[in-house]
Design a protein around this ligand. Structure first.
Ligand SMILES: [Zn+2]
Length: 305
């Protein structure tokens, strides 16, 4: 009984307070706010789930085909022009998905690989080493962040942004293959040089540790890490070098184009069958997605409509 009467009293107080709160809490909205794009980590996380439902996205699998069609549909829904760049590398079919919203001479290129590795050859269990890598982090996470950026970026920027989803990054050290075939093909065919290239790879790790990748352009790297730390993510952006990796930024660096790879290579499930949804988190996608978004907004102004 006493619980009931206290409850009623509490309800009464809440009812009294609601109108007060509504009017005072909304008063801030009367100040015209500059509309700021906001990265939605939950939508990005959903996009990892969807990709995992396709199964393996290794080249020439049904999941790969589904992934390509799904990326294209998503980009078109977000208002991007999409081109499918097809070719052959080492006898393998390669398909890069390229998206832009403005004719882009000078541009900033954001890239991620969408393929997954044919075999989980780092799996601790030898029996599982011929299984495909699920690629929740290694593949799906970078794609998910790029697709969410595609949704929230302003329609027109004074330096256009181009998104590239690279194929065939992840089959190195397998007979008949090499690493980074998609980005190598892209650079071979490239007509206009991007001013900066930013690659996102394995950035969904729930235990996120982002060190400087050693071959990346250091000045831009420092800029992004400093911004990330200013946004409150100092726990994740660790401003010291750790690994040097061959990744989709490498062919651009070889052409003298400033490129940075944002990668968390401290991932125990790398190229194993355990690279699954439970190893990635929306929070990590937010850390990287929001930082890249704010960095982009600092590089280039939205053009007023
Ligand atoms: Zn990989």
């Amino acid at each position: 009984m006493i619980m009931f009467s206290l409850n009623s009293l509490a309800k009464f107080i809440v009812i009294l307070l609601i109108p007060f709160c509504v009017s005072s809490c909304r008063s801030g909205d009367l100040v015209p706010a500059r509309i700021r794009p906001d990265f939605n980590e939950n939508r990005a996380y959903q996009d990892i789930k969807i990709q995992l439902s396709f199964g393996s996205r290794a080249v020439e699998t049904p999941g790969h085909e589904q992934e390509v069609r799904w990326i294209i549909t998503n980009l078109k829904e977000s208002g991007w022009e999409v081109e499918l760049q097809m070719g052959e590398m080492m006898g393998n079919p390669v398909q890069n998905v390229i998206a832009y919203r403005q004719q882009d001479g000078d541009h900033i290129l954001l890239g991620a690989h969408y393929d997954t590795r044919l075999y989980a050859d780092q799996d601790p269990d030898p029996e599982l080493r011929k299984e495909p890598v699920p690629g929740a982090n290694d593949g799906a996470s970078g794609v998910a962040v790029l697709l969410e950026l595609a949704r929230v970026l302003p329609k027109e920027m004074d330096i256009p942004v181009r998104l590239v989803f690279f194929d065939a990054e992840d089959n190195g050290d397998i007979p008949g293959w090499d690493w980074i075939l998609g980005s190598r093909m892209y650079v071979e065919k490239m007509e206009t040089h991007p001013r900066i290239v930013l690659i996102l790879d394995m950035i969904g790790d729930a235990d996120l540790n982002l060190y400087y990748e050693k071959t990346s352009q250091r000045e831009i790297q420092e800029e992004i890490w400093t911004l990330g730390r200013e946004l409150g993510y100092e726990e994740y952006f660790i401003p010291s070098p750790k690994y040097a990796v061959i990744d989709d930024h490498t062919p651009f660096l070889n052409q003298g184009i400033p490129a940075v790879n944002i990668i968390d290579f401290d991932y125990p499930y790398w190229h194993t069958t355990s690279d699954t949804l439970d190893k990635v988190s929306p929070e990590s996608l937010e850390v990287v997605g929001e930082t890249v978004l704010q960095w982009l907004m600092g590089q280039t102004e939205a053009v007023e409509e």
